[in-house]
Design a protein around this ligand. Structure first.
Ligand code: PLP
Length: 239
């Protein structure tokens, strides 16, 4: 966010950006032959000041995503209205306790060990935590997440845990040069998701979270029903 722009200017930008995103989602849903209402839009709010997040909430956005526990907890103090907050970044086991009552879903479950701690803390808090399993589809060293070859085995182990509900899969594919290339990754993720759903213990899963600012249309065309959009809504991040 540019400090020399007035809040009003940024508000107008967010409104215009959201209008365009909604149009694109409508078109993508039509093209994919799915009901637009079945696609959930997440505003990724990392680095975005609360005043602008609140503006997004006023526009009717009802789901936000943050990568960091601390940033989420601090920001929540300043947010108004009704919304869901999901964690979408790597979570350290020692921070699970802090977040367990603060989010309605953890999308970034990337190890059996983390799932185990989430189940333990959820049980202590007397709740069941909905989670997505993060798939490292490109098998990139720089990323956390389950590898395709262990995915089913790990997912089935997590599905057995008491206070966790496995609701689906989240993935961030490798950076690509073209829309054709990214779509091939999204297809691979969808196939892994469908393969998991073939297991009786995982057949209730119904969330496929993929697609960000530059590729959410491709993701929807490949079956995503939750898209996570940051910079296309709020403008470029300034860290
Ligand atoms: C930052 C982030 C996004 C949003 O990225 P944009 O390119 O700004 O839309 C989505 N998902 C995850 C996991 C992220 O970390």
């Amino acid at each position: 966010m540019m400090e020399n722009l007035s809040n009003e200017t940024v508000f107008r930008d967010i409104e215009e950006n959201y209008r365009i995103i909604l149009q694109n989602l409508d078109m993508a849903a039509t093209q994919a032959g799915v009901d637009r209402d079945d696609i959930r839009f997440m505003a990724v709010t990392k680095t975005v000041p609360p005043v602008f997040v609140n503006h997004a909430l006023q526009l009717g956005i009802d789901l936000i995503g943050e990568n960091k526990v601390q940033e989420l907890l601090e920001k929540k103090e300043f947010l108004n209205g009704k919304y869901d907050a999901h964690l979408i970044g790597h979570l350290q086991t020692n921070k699970v306790k802090k977040i367990i009552r603060e989010v309605t879903m953890i999308q970034s479950v990337d190890s059996v060990k983390l799932a185990c701690e989430i189940s333990k803390q959820a049980k202590n808090a007397d709740l069941v935590m909905p989670v997505l399993l993060e798939l490292n589809i490109g098998e990139e060293e720089s990323k956390t997440g389950f590898l395709p070859q262990n995915f089913t085995e790990n997912a089935l182990e997590i599905a057995e845990m008491d206070a966790i509900q496995v609701c689906g899969v989240m993935s961030v594919p490798p950076i690509c040069d073209s829309q054709t290339e990214i779509r091939i990754w999204f297809e691979k993720v969808r196939k892994q998701y469908e393969k998991l759903k073939d297991n009786a213990k995982l057949k209730e899963m119904n969330i496929l979270s993929m697609g960000m600012s530059s590729d959410y249309v491709q993701a929807v065309l490949e079956g995503a029903n939750l898209v996570r959009v940051g910079s296309a809504l709020f403008g470029h991040r300034r860290y």
